[in-house]
Design a protein around this ligand. Structure first.
Ligand SMILES: [Zn+2]
Ligand SMILES: [Zn+2]
Length: 87
């Protein structure tokens, strides 16, 4: 199975170089996304950009809109069923 992406933003107290204060911490379940910022917009932009850049193995991508799986996520239903016509 490929990597799942669940980026989330939390509010934490941190020091970004200007003393301690509230910051938006953006983290994903994958290790490639890590951002602390004072700007909520920045955090949400980066979250969106991260999901747009996610590259899923085509065999794990959802091929059925009824599963309601977003384009950036792997589908466990479709991922288990390799297309027979490829064999
Ligand atoms: Zn991710
Ligand atoms: Zn699916």
């Amino acid at each position: 199975m490929g990597e799942r992406h669940r980026p989330g933003v939390t509010r934490i107290i941190a020091d970004l170089g200007e003393g301690e204060g509230w910051v938006y911490r953006l983290r994903c379940t994958c290790p490639s996304l890590a951002l602390d910022t004072h700007s909520k917009d920045q955090a949400q932009q980066d979250r969106r950009r991260h999901l747009e850049q996610v590259d899923i193995d085509p065999t794990e991508r959802c091929r059925d809109t009824r599963h309601k799986v977003p384009a950036w996520d792997v589908c466990s239903l479709c991922g288990d069923q390799l297309p027979l016509f490829d064999l």
